[in-house]
Write a protein that binds this ligand. Structure first.
Ligand SMILES: Cc1cc2nc3c(=O)[nH]c(=O)nc-3n(C[C@H](O)[C@H](O)[C@H](O)COP(=O)(O)OP(=O)(O)OC[C@H]3O[C@@H](n4cnc5c(N)ncnc54)[C@H](O)[C@@H]3O)c2cc1C
Length: 364
């Protein structure tokens, strides 16, 4: 979405035919709008910059806005606010912006600046404007008309762009972990650690690799190398655990999907047998389940990523107004910026916080 100050009015330009195509599908159609516990710690990006924006428009402001427009989100686990249907959210935005003009189905191809004006070239027509807000999102989900126009325009005005990468996305396997492919469809509770970040939640095996909430969150932080997976997060299990004295088979003692344990044992060349019959060497291999160091090949890619991490660097953006410090009248908001949130309503909240702060200062 582009917001242009046009003939003393605001004109919204979007390649899609309707407002908020991504909102429509977000949270599985129930739109996880925001999170009670939102803070800069939930994001990748410049913490001071992010916190400043959240402090002047946070989750309570988001809720107030929606309540004013007849949408009453309910709080679910981990402070996540969901609404009944994302259609309610789209109606709220349509009614809040009914005084503005819209140009849908128009793809912005280029932006120039001449004398005092921005010239926005779309595939339909060119628009001249005194101010321009770029809220064009990232490049993930190209099926919803995502494009790199925000990054291209930023560079044209000498802004730096951190290399965009897929995030909140599944991770692919190295050859040594191909044994996991046969687990497609299995889901289990895990704890994933990458550097100082720990994410607990479900993990889902698929033909492509691993996904599910814990993996998607880890993908936000992952850059290269290995992640550590605790496949038994509820079990205190080490070399000296009393469980090794049990006469029952390992698959009957360890609380995890049997299909997973069997495949894991097979990958280590170990049989499923009574706990007390394992050698020390076998035990050492089995307790890897608590700290499985897994090299990652890559991600499922932009087409399946919920967001794009990286983007327009925030150093040259005013955190109060979201105006460029390089080019007056040019604003960047939302996912196009180098600010990326975890799962749980943080990304929409960022779009709302940055958008609302820009709007407060966007005089027509
Ligand atoms: C499947 C899915 C589920 C998600 N669920 C959630 C959730 O529940 N909660 C949450 O917080 N976040 C969720 N997200 C992330 C969230 O939707 C985004 O972070 C958020 O929408 C970003 O807002 P934005 O306005 O910056 O960009 P976008 O919502 O991506 O909007 C950008 C707009 O710019 C338009 N555009 C791009 N290029 C051009 C061009 N060249 N010309 C004209 N128009 C252009 C696009 O058509 C698009 O409409 C989800 C994302 C996906 C993909």
């Amino acid at each position: 979405m582009f917001g242009a100050h046009y003939k003393k009015q605001i004109l919204f330009i979007d390649a899609n035919q309707n407002i908020g195509a991504k909102i429509k599908i977000s949270g599985g159609g129930k739109c996880n709008l925001t999170n009670k516990y939102v803070s800069a710690k939930n994001y990748l990006g410049n913490e001071a910059f992010i916190q400043k924006s959240l402090d002047s428009f946070g989750s309570s402001d988001t809720l107030k806005f929606f309540e004013k427009h007849g949408v009453f989100p309910t709080i679910k686990e981990n402070g996540q606010y969901f609404c009944g249907s994302s259609k309610e959210v789209l109606s709220a935005f349509a009614s809040a912006n009914s005084c503005h003009k819209f140009l849908f189905g128009s793809k912005v191809l280029d932006v120039e600046f001449e004398k005092d004006d921005f010239i926005i070239h779309t595939d339909k027509k060119s628009i001249i404007s005194k101010k321009l807000v770029i809220a064009s999102g990232g490049v993930s989900f190209p099926q919803l008309n995502a494009s790199d126009i925000g990054y291209k325009t930023a560079k044209r005005f000498a802004h730096e762009v951190k290399t965009p990468n897929p995030a909140l996305v599944g991770l692919t396997l190295q050859k040594e972990q191909f044994w996991m492919k046969e687990l497609s469809g299995v889901s289990m509770r895990v704890k994933i650690k990458y550097e100082d970040f720990i994410y607990s939640g479900d993990m889902l095996f698929s033909h492509f690799g691993i996904s599910g909430p814990a993996v998607l969150n880890a993908s936000l932080r992952w850059e290269r190398g290995r992640i550590s997976i605790d496949f038994l997060p509820f079990l205190d299990f080490g070399l000296h655990s009393p469980l090794w004295n049990d006469k029952k088979q390992l698959t009957s003692v360890i609380e995890a999907p049997k299909r997973f344990i069997k495949a894991f044992l097979h990958s280590c060349g170990i049989l499923d047998k009574p706990m007390k019959s394992y050698s020390n060497l076998e035990k050492e291999k089995i307790i890897q389940l608590k700290n499985y160091l897994m090299p990652i090949a890559g991600t499922f890619g932009f087409s399946r990523a919920e967001i794009t991490k990286g983007g327009v660097k925030t150093d040259e953006i005013n955190p109060k107004t979201f105006e460029s410090r390089i080019q007056r009248g040019l604003y960047f908001t939302g996912e196009v910026l180098d600010v990326s949130g975890e799962l749980g309503g943080y990304n929409l909240q960022w779009a709302f916080s940055s958008g609302a702060n820009a709007a407060k200062n966007f005089e027509v």
